[in-house]
Design a protein around this ligand. Structure first.
Ligand code: PHE
Length: 351
């Protein structure tokens, strides 16, 4: 047997005997590394005669390839073995009970959005989302707010530094003051029929018991050829009855004004105030709950939709507001104070 054959056999045996990746790696360095045995032999080729060198060179290259392959396949085996061992040892006891002092809970905002989405889903609405940083066009102009219109001031807008790339007045950047901005994005990019709801953060510079600079709204938009005010009323009445779980909930629609709807209305639901507590349902009082109306023809045109062909309705409501009413939370500001005692009281179990 030639020297090389003998060497090969010896190395193969040690490779097969390697029991873990560490052992295999030091073996590899020993044989194929910079100062390894095969590498050393390669270096000695220089001193040989050309014929010898050619023959020896070929055999050494062959040996090197064979050993490299051998090591690779052994590595494969060892890695699998190690993984199996880890899987055997690293057991996780799924039946172990949770640490009660660390129990988390679902924030009332998340819970409320979840409930709203699932009710509207039964009426065929899908969820759409839009950016929180907007431009003047999407927040106001496209929604039919004329320039200098007092309604713009009513929104207590947070403006951002202008984007230097954009010149027109419509390009001023701001934090969206309502989710109606997403109506515009969706109408610009979708051919009707459209039936969406948009839950999301909104921003206005205001702070008291019933206002925080960041709050949530849920917007709704329906565009097709036939939807009318009757559909709007039925849709929102159905929603409120299900959301507040009051089957005979009285509702009323009062005329109102929004630049982007015509006619516009505000919806009230029945309630009673008793012993300083509010109860939703038939009673002597009314509570305003949302704004709504038929989408203004100008808004449709601004989005490239022909108002002669299409029509529809929109609505928007404050998520915190309906959560406060449903769960009897008296102060809006507490939603965002991250007080763990408050969360324990008003939070929801994850299951
Ligand atoms: N965007 C309005 C607001 O923030 C609410 C609204 C939405 C009214 C859609 C009508 C239609 O007050």
């Amino acid at each position: 047997m030639s020297n090389i054959e003998a060497l090969k056999q010896e190395i193969v045996e040690t490779v097969d005997a390697a029991n873990d990746m560490q052992e295999l790696e030091s073996l590899r360095i020993n044989v194929l590394g910079k100062k390894g045995r095969i590498t050393d032999m390669m270096k000695s080729l220089g001193q040989m005669s050309p014929d010898q060198r050619k023959e020896m060179g070929q055999s050494l290259n062959l040996l090197k390839n064979e050993i490299t392959q051998k090591i690779e396949s052994r590595a494969e085996v060892l890695k699998n073995k190690e993984l199996n061992q880890r899987l055997e040892n690293e057991k996780m006891d799924m039946t172990l009970s949770i640490r009660p002092e660390q129990k988390g809970s679902i924030h009332p905002i998340s819970q409320t959005i979840e409930e709203m989405v699932s009710i509207f889903a039964t009426m065929g609405f899908t969820v759409a989302e839009g950016p929180e940083i907007e431009d003047d066009f999407h927040n106001f102009t496209a929604l039919n707010f004329p320039p200098e219109h007092p309604a713009r001031q009513m929104h207590d807008t947070f403006y951002l530094p202008d984007d230097p790339e954009k010149k027109s007045d419509d390009a001023h950047l701001l934090l969206r003051t309502h989710t109606s901005t997403t109506q515009i994005h969706v109408m610009q990019n979708t051919k009707p029929p459209i039936r969406i709801i948009v839950p999301g953060r909104t921003f206005r510079s205001d702070y008291d018991m019933t206002h925080t600079p960041m709050f949530h709204q849920l917007e709704g938009l329906v565009i097709d050829k036939t939807s009318h005010m009757g559909h709007l009323k039925h849709c929102l009445t159905t929603f409120c009855k299900k959301f507040f779980a009051v089957e005979d909930l009285p509702v009323r629609f009062r005329p109102s004004y929004f630049p982007f709807t015509e006619p516009s209305a505000e919806m009230d639901i029945g309630c009673t105030h008793k012993d300083g507590k509010l109860k939703i349902g038939a009673g002597s009082n009314w509570m305003e709950i949302l704004g709504c109306g038929m989408v203004h023809p100008n808004v449709l045109s601004n989005c490239g939709i022909d108002p002669e062909e299409y029509q529809g309705f929109a609505f928007g409501m404050g998520v915190e507001r309906v959560a406060m009413l449903k769960y009897g939370i008296p102060d809006l500001r507490t939603f965002f104070e991250s007080d763990i005692r408050w969360l324990r009281h008003y939070g929801f179990g994850p299951i």
